[in-house]
Design a binder for this molecule. Structure first.
Ligand SMILES: NC(=O)C1=CN([C@@H]2O[C@H](COP(=O)(O)OP(=O)(O)OC[C@H]3O[C@@H](n4cnc5c(N)ncnc54)[C@H](OP(=O)(O)O)[C@@H]3O)[C@@H](O)[C@H]2O)C=CC1
Ligand SMILES: CC(=O)N[C@@H](CCC(=O)OP(=O)(O)O)C(=O)O
Length: 349
């Protein structure tokens, strides 16, 4: 594409939308043409996010007032449940536009599973069928051809990148996986919530949605695709007192393999992947190694219990866990080099 691609970012007054702005603003082939908000519509981006003082950005408007003609791609950083009808309206106005959805609205492939976990029938079932699951490293070819990319949640991205290659190779028992996950509080969005107040999240570690988090069926769906069968996993997320970052510890039962075999299988699977780093033996992944970057780091360790291993994976929930992966997918659907605009090194410490 010779001229710059024109993009809109829906939900730009939220955390994922703002990180999409941060990344897209420095992408050499992108022009940010429209930014939307709900309660913040009418404000400038610098009013809502003062750290954008150096950028000349469009004013925040409601999504209904955007002119979709002439746009090449749209990032959706909207609460789950709101994106289905908005996406349908956008695609009706411009059927050629590419959608990079960061919400959960199009990730589950099965309508009944969606209704069970999200409490209502899907509002755009045809689009749900059309959507491609946007975990870049697993579905690159399909994403390249897609019009609607359902970018995975932060927990599924971290977990699936750690587990899919070893489950697919039969090195672990896919029906005996325990995932213990921790997320920084930006994972819960920018809206005011009691549990993300500094006084309540700042000095504690809180498990939530124990045994029933809506990302469990998303993870099960994709491990199920990898092994060709139905699987159930045990998944417990925790809110941890840091702004951004996520770390998942997966406890697995080995199927005649060793921890070294798992590490080698992961290293082989990701040897050409620009954003997945399989740590050498003994190197412990930590959130600081990936904060602010689009990288994922994975480490494998033998368990003291014979026949078991522990896989640790970490990412930044607002980058590889949402806006970065969406931009990576935008690069694919618009034909730009996949890593363009995404090669920032982690902000350490
Ligand atoms: N935060 C994270 O780490 C991750 C989030 N996600 C998903 O991405 C999506 C966005 O998350 P996040 O950025 O954290 O959320 P935020 O709550 O920070 O932002 C939500 C955005 O959506 C706008 N909005 C809210 N309601 C409506 C509506 N009814 N119609 C139109 N716009 C609306 C808000 O506008 P206003 O501010 O003006 O009210 C705001 O711009 C969610 O689906 C989330 O689950 C996915 C992966 C990681
Ligand atoms: C800390 C926190 O609250 N995290 C969010 C997950 C963020 C995310 O990835 O949610 P989506 O599936 O909607 O994209 C949660 O547990 O619901």
């Amino acid at each position: 594409m010779a001229t710059k691609a024109k993009i809109a970012i829906l939900g730009a007054s939220g955390y994922t939308g703002a990180d999409a702005v941060r990344l897209a603003a420095r992408h050499p082939h992108v022009e940010i043409t429209a930014l939307t908000a709900n309660t913040h519509a009418g404000k400038s981006m610098a009013d809502v996010f003062p750290h954008f003082f150096m950028l000349d950005l469009p004013k925040l408007v409601t999504w209904e007032s955007v002119d979709w003609s002439g746009l090449d791609a749209v990032f959706c950083g909207l609460p789950h449940g709101t994106t289905q009808e908005i996406t349908a309206a956008v695609l009706k106005a411009n059927p050629k536009i590419k959608i990079l959805d960061m919400s959960a609205d199009f990730r589950l492939r099965d309508g009944a599973t969606y209704a069970e976990w999200y409490g209502h029938e899907h509002q755009a079932p045809e689009l749900q069928k059309e959507a491609v699951y946007g975990l870049t490293e697993l579905y690159r070819d399909d994403i390249t051809k897609a019009r609607l990319v359902a970018c995975p949640g932060c927990y599924p991205t971290a977990t699936l990148l750690a587990l899919v290659p070893v489950a697919k190779a039969g090195l672990i028992h896919a029906d005996d996986i325990i995932v213990d996950a921790k997320s920084g509080v930006t994972g819960a969005g920018r809206g005011l919530k009691q549990n993300t107040l500094f006084s309540e999240a700042g000095e504690g570690l809180s498990p939530y949605s124990i045994g029933k988090h809506r990302h469990a069926p998303e993870i099960e769906q994709e491990i199920g695709v990898a092994v060709g069968g139905k699987v159930t996993i045990n998944f417990t997320p925790h809110l941890i007192p840091m702004a951004r970052g996520e770390l998942c510890t997966s406890y697995v039962k080995l199927n005649g393999a060793t921890a070294d075999d798992l590490r080698q299988a992961l290293a082989d699977a990701y040897k050409d992947e620009p954003f997945v780093h399989v740590a050498p033996k003994g190197v412990v992944p930590q959130t600081q190694n990936v904060r602010g970057s689009n990288y994922v780091q994975i480490g494998v360790f033998p368990d003291r219990i014979p026949g078991r291993a522990i896989i640790i994976s970490t990412l930044d929930n607002l980058v590889k866990g949402s806006a970065g992966q969406a931009l990576q997918n935008m690069n694919l659907v618009l034909g730009f080099p996949e890593t363009m605009g995404l090669e920032q090194i982690a902000l350490f410490p």
